[in-house]
Design a protein around this ligand. Structure first.
Ligand SMILES: C[S@@+](CC[C@H](N)C(=O)[O-])C[C@H]1O[C@@H](n2cnc3c(N)ncnc32)[C@H](O)[C@@H]1O
Length: 264
């Protein structure tokens, strides 16, 4: 498979990036040797990590389709990742052809790819931004041009909050968005959990120590706090394979829990 070896401006190919590790796990080719080394180390100890990455992406797919069916026509995808199809605008537009989407990621490679693929689409914007600074994202003119907070909005935090520690204010980040969201808005959250196999957790921690891909594993109870001020829709916060599954749910050693909340 042809791999990405040219390094765009602003991209550091010597430090593993969570976007590129995840891309490799999903079978993409936008990753470097340093990312593949982290992923392979992880796969050696927890071979089902690739399955859980795919199950997480499938959760995002079902959550966006669910929100669109609930009438949501505008989305903010925080921690977008390197483009992978179907992406949020493709899913939302199955139901609402004029759906608008703002993608946000702090990895410069995401904006490089998204702008190349989607730059001509007036209903889509990509912001290079850090979710730890929600006010900067909310004030971004590209977001303000597309998102009308007087209408319901779908906000996605799909496998991104484990990159924000409690000390960095992970719960406040979600609350800041919640306070802007009109009634009928929805939030989707998924996160690696402390209920994962300890060896797999240790392996990931060792492989990503002191890099931006370092993760915080939270307990089920801690994850529920992200839904403060939202009503969890059925089936609640569960391993992503079990959230409204369309195929048989196969458990994995690395556990990612996900849920969708509605703003009353
Ligand atoms: C595991 S990927 C998830 C991609 C996508 N949300 C999904 O679940 O399929 C995590 C993404 O979050 C991004 N990310 C990590 N920390 C971030 C931060 N502080 N601000 C914005 N994006 C961040 C990474 O660059 C990466 O693209």
């Amino acid at each position: 498979m042809e791999r990405l070896e040219r390094v765009p401006d602003g991209v550091d190919a010597s430090v593993p990036s969570s976007a590129r590790v995840y891309d490799y796990l999903l079978g993409g080719k936008d990753n470097y040797a340093v990312d593949r080394a982290v992923a392979e180390r992880l796969l050696a100890l927890a071979p089902d990590t690739r399955s859980v990455a795919k199950a997480n992406r499938a959760f995002l797919t079902r959550a966006v389709r669910f929100m669109a069916a609930e009438g949501i026509r505008q989305f903010v995808d925080l921690g977008t990742g390197i483009p992978t199809s179907p992406s949020v605008h493709e899913l939302a537009r199955e139901t609402h052809p004029a759906a608008r989407v703002v993608y946000v990621d702090n990895d410069p490679l995401v904006k490089v790819h998204n702008d190349a693929l989607l730059g001509g689409d007036q209903g889509i914007a990509t912001i290079e931004g850090d979710i730890r600074r929600p006010d900067a994202i909310l004030a971004d003119p590209a977001l303000q041009a597309l998102i009308d907070f007087s209408e319901p909005v779908g906000v996605l935090f799909v496998t991104v909050l484990h990159f924000v520690s409690d000390e960095e204010g992970a719960y406040d980040v979600v609350a800041r968005w919640r306070d802007r969201m009109a009634p009928g808005s929805h939030v989707a959250v998924s996160n690696m959990t402390a209920g994962s196999d300890p060896e797999a957790v240790e392996s990931l921690a060792a492989a990503t120590a002191h890099t931006p891909a370092h993760s915080t594993f939270r307990t089920h109870e801690q994850l529920l706090r992200f839904f403060d001020g939202f009503e969890l829709v059925e089936p609640g916060l569960v391993p992503v394979q079990r959230w409204r599954p369309t195929i048989e749910a196969v458990p994995t050693r690395m556990v990612v829990e996900g849920g969708v909340g509605r703003r009353p």
